[in-house]
Design a binder for this molecule. Structure first.
Ligand SMILES: NC(=O)c1ccc[n+]([C@@H]2O[C@H](COP(=O)([O-])OP(=O)(O)OC[C@H]3O[C@@H](n4cnc5c(N)ncnc54)[C@H](OP(=O)(O)O)[C@@H]3O)[C@@H](O)[C@H]2O)c1
Length: 357
């Protein structure tokens, strides 16, 4: 399968066009273009050989893809449905349908010609990492390819419970559930694979990911019910989280400075409890749209958050290594700055809530 030629840097993007976003649902791609990527003044020409393949173009994958594409990279990635493929192509990415359980040889052939590979497909309880279940095939493809940087997106959940003390990357790992154990096994599997093939593999342990279109603000505006895992984490004193823009920063820093075998916690400075975050989000919404206060405020939400809690895993995750070794200066060191930035970009979230005539 042919790989398309390097297209050169993207044309400058109008800041005016990006400035306001009407609904949070369309915001992810545009947000990045505005906030991270409208750097047309300092677009540095990149060598034509930088190619990123993102296995799993989900929330993080799309942000990183937009970021890199804007810097002149060739970016390709995978998804699991035709509808998503069309959406990704409309955003300007080469998209491939790919099921990790039954890896498509042609897609693996495309993937191996990329210089950088991000694994953003999560492991599955009872199955493990669906890609690593085809380790032999992966090895044989990557061995003949160009991949020199590979990173796996893991989770701070692997640490388990520390009783609320700070944990860094050297802290003993005692995962408390099946998914966390599967993530840990996946971390080890990808690191071993990289070691065997001489590819620099980095592991990124992410806190709870939020950003435009996926945040406490969006949950409240859309009146989404809290998921079981949200409720399970509600009574915690500490919850690590990270804005997607800062994940992109950390990945970019690692691309600049690969370090084989390194693990990085990617979290902000403020492991605040969820109730605090939701209360702050609710106040932001009420002060921006006072007329809609009654419509969106769900007075039961805080109660539900507290009542349905009971999850005992308590830890504060340290981001010192990310700052010291990758040199990341967080754009959103706390949820406050992240949520304020998100709400600033939402124009009229209630248009769709108006009664039809
Ligand atoms: N959400 C969090 O707070 C959090 C925290 C820590 C770590 N993580 C992990 O960090 C990574 C990135 O997070 P995210 O929120 O960006 O994830 P996401 O939006 O759920 O994206 C996951 C991607 O993986 C693809 N995928 C899932 N199962 C697959 C399979 N069996 N075969 C092929 N593709 C598959 C999805 O395909 P489609 O696009 O077709 O759906 C999607 O593109 C994930 O591994 C996630 O588990 C998440």
């Amino acid at each position: 399968m042919e790989i398309s030629a390097f297209p050169g840097p993207s044309p400058a993007i109008s800041l005016r066009f990006c400035k306001r976003i009407s609904t949070p649902t369309v915001s992810s791609f545009l947000y990045l273009r505005c906030n991270l990527q409208d750097n047309s003044m300092d677009l540095k020409p990149k060598p034509p050989n930088l190619r990123m393949f993102i296995l799993g173009m989900g929330f993080v994958g799309q942000f990183l893809a937009a970021d890199l594409k804007n810097k002149g990279w060739v970016v390709s990635g995978s998804c699991t449905s035709n509808a998503k493929k069309t959406k990704l192509e409309q955003m300007g990415f080469d998209a491939y349908i790919f099921q990790a359980n039954e890896p498509d040889f042609e897609v693996l052939d495309v993937m191996k010609h990329h210089t950088h590979l991000l694994i953003s497909i999560p492991p599955v309880v009872g199955l493990g990492d669906p890609m690593l279940n085809h380790k032999g095939l992966l090895e044989s493809k990557l061995k003949q390819g160009n991949v020199r940087w590979l990173s796996f997106l893991s989770s701070t959940r692997v640490y388990g419970d520390s009783g609320g003390t700070w944990v860094d990357e050297d802290h003993p790992i005692i995962p408390t559930n099946e998914l966390a154990r599967a993530r840990l096994a996946a971390e080890e599997g990808w690191s071993r694979l990289g070691n065997d093939l001489g590819i620099a593999v980095q592991i990124f342990r992410l806190g709870g990911i939020y950003g435009p279109g996926r945040s406490a603000i969006d949950t409240i505006i859309k009146k989404e019910p809290l998921s079981t895992s949200h409720r399970a984490r509600s009574s915690r004193r500490y919850t690590s989280r990270i804005h997607v823009a800062d994940i992109c920063q950390a990945l970019n820093a690692s691309i600049e400075k690969p370090s084989a075998g390194k693990i990085y916690n990617i979290v902000d400075d403020d492991p605040a409890p969820r109730v605090e975050v939701f209360t702050f989000a609710q106040n932001l919404i009420t002060s921006k749209w006072p007329d809609h206060g009654q419509q969106i405020i769900n007075p039961r939400m805080a109660d539900t958050l507290i009542r349905d809690g009971g999850y005992s895993e308590e830890k504060r995750v340290s981001n010192n290594r990310m700052k010291e070794e990758l040199g990341v200066k967080l754009i959103h060191p706390t949820y406050r700055s992240g949520l304020q930035d998100i709400i600033r970009q939402i124009d009229s979230p209630f248009v769709h809530n108006l009664p039809s005539s």
